[in-house]
Design a binder for this molecule. Structure first.
Ligand code: HEC
Ligand code: HEC
Length: 405
């Protein structure tokens, strides 16, 4: 019944095998403090034969390369349509009160506006719901999980996970029994998975969800128009902020790299497995770099002390609408985020973690050095981050609620 756990347990074995050879220099390590990339497994290479999707209209934003797509789950318009319906369907939760969209709201680039998410039974999730813009390119899914490599796998976690409960489904039968009598699903599953006797299965639910998620492409912001040659697309302040973002003084672009502003992305053209986890010094509870449980980053899965506080770099596309920020929602605004980086690590003066001084953490990334930031510079950097909002994506009818009246 706990399929999600089975997936994770199987993956832990893989990770163990990798750890055994992690002392070898790795040509796949993408950045200076990138940490251990997960194993590259050729047998699960997610490259799709081009002919499997000739008829699929991706509608790529300018200069977006194709994402990886598993060979056994080719893209199709009707499958994406089915996945979208499932994504918004409250029957996807045990008590039928919450859908994926309950925590992934399109108007907030598929985040929920909360510091930390809340599941269908009211249980608090320890971490913040993540931005799903361009999620089909992320090379490992979750804030700090090197084991969740495909969207198909990932979907099982919110569906069946019990620590914390998100959708809180009891088992697959609970869901499938609700979908089978619905003529809309009978039709959609049959067309999305043609030639199969009983297409309404858990595997096909996750395939359809993943197919829909791969269509969530967002790359038509003011910044993209500027890159495409429209010199007036950015304000003077945003242009100054852009210079700062890509400068050695501020270092942002080393980790927020590439067309999605994250160094853990891959495309169909990628030759190596690219994933990285960094400690940005949000916490140092004990002078040795400790983060509060259960949010200690990569260490929660690898158990390695050096992985304390290491998190995957989130995309910055649409970041102006995804507040609050960080894995635990502990920064309310972009201004707060910049204060943290300027200080070279956060000092906490009140609440349960008072006394924590991240700037002295022995585990912090060498790229989080701190810098001075005058009010104009701060406004410029925030303005640049605001230029990354793709307004059309946030109200794209192709990605909205199909149940809406
Ligand atoms: C209770 C709120 C909640 C619900 C419901 C929910 N999610 Fe999430 N989602 C989260 C949180 C929190 C995270 C971060 C998880 C972590 O790292 O521990 C997340 C992360 C993700 C990610 C990883 C994104 C990335 O960039 O790595 C994907 C993909 C995702 N969710 C898809 C889904 C799908 C599909 C569903 C429905 C089957 C769903 N979510 C239901 C809260 C939710
Ligand atoms: C060492 C790598 C690194 C550098 C350098 C870096 N970041 Fe980050 N950034 C991260 C990681 C990792 C996270 C997630 C941290 C967490 O949640 O614990 C993050 C989170 C963020 C967030 C919050 C995003 C969200 O969805 O919650 C913003 C905004 C951000 N960074 C902007 C910047 C800016 C601006 C700079 C330059 C001043 C910068 N970052 C420099 C790695 C880095």
């Amino acid at each position: 019944m706990k399929r999600a756990h089975a997936v994770l347990a199987a993956s832990v074995a893989v990770l163990g095998a990798f750890a055994a050879c992690s002392s070898e220099p790795s040509s796949t390590a993408p950045s200076v403090d990138g940490g251990a990339p997960p194993p590259y497994d050729a047998s699960t290479d997610a490259t799709t034969p081009a002919d499997a999707e000739v008829s699929f209209d991706w509608d790529f934003p300018p200069d977006f390369p194709p994402p990886r797509v598993p060979a056994d789950n080719p893209m199709s318009a009707v499958k994406a349509q089915l996945g979208r319906r499932l994504f918004y369907d409250k029957r996807m939760s045990g008590n039928q009160t919450q859908s994926c969209a309950g925590c992934h709201d399109i108007t907030k680039s598929f985040t929920d506006g909360r510091a930390t998410a809340r599941g269908s039974t009211g249980q608090a999730h320890p971490r913040a719901a993540m931005n799903l813009a361009n999620v089909g390119y992320m090379s490992a899914l979750g804030w700090a999980n090197p084991l969740l490599l495909t969207l198909e796998q990932q979907a099982l976690v919110p569906m069946f996970g019990d620590n914390p409960v998100e959708l809180g489904l009891k088992d697959s039968e609970q869901l499938l029994a609700r979908l089978r009598p619905d003529p809309v699903y009978v039709d959609l599953f049959a067309r999305a998975f043609p030639g199969v006797a009983d297409p309404i299965t858990l595997e096909n639910v996750t395939k359809a969800l993943a197919c829909f998620e791969r269509t969530l492409l967002s790359g038509r912001s003011a910044y993209d128009r500027y890159l495409a040659g429209d010199a007036n697309a950015l304000t003077a302040s945003q242009k100054r902020g852009r210079e700062m973002f890509f400068s050695e003084r501020f270092e942002c672009y080393h980790c927020h790299a590439g067309f999605l502003f994250s160094d853990s992305t891959m495309t169909r053209l990628s030759k190596f497995y690219e994933v990285a986890f960094h400690n940005t010094a949000l916490y140092d509870l004990d002078g040795k770099g400790a983060y509060p449980e259960p949010n200690r980053g990569l260490l929660e899965i690898t158990g390695k002390p050096a992985d304390m506080g290491r998190f995957r770099v989130p995309t910055l596309r649409n970041v102006a609408v995804t507040a609050p920020y960080f894995h635990d929602g502990s920064a309310a605004t972009l201004s707060d985020v910049l204060d943290h980086y300027a200080a070279g690590g956060r000092t906490i003066t009140s609440g349960p973690y008072a006394g924590s001084d991240g700037s002295k953490s022995p585990l912090k990334s060498s790229l989080v050095r701190g810098f001075t930031l005058d009010p104009q510079e701060k406004a410029d950097l925030v303005a640049f981050l605001e230029s990354l909002t793709d307004e059309g994506f946030l109200k794209d009818p192709r990605f909205g609620d199909p149940f809406a009246p």
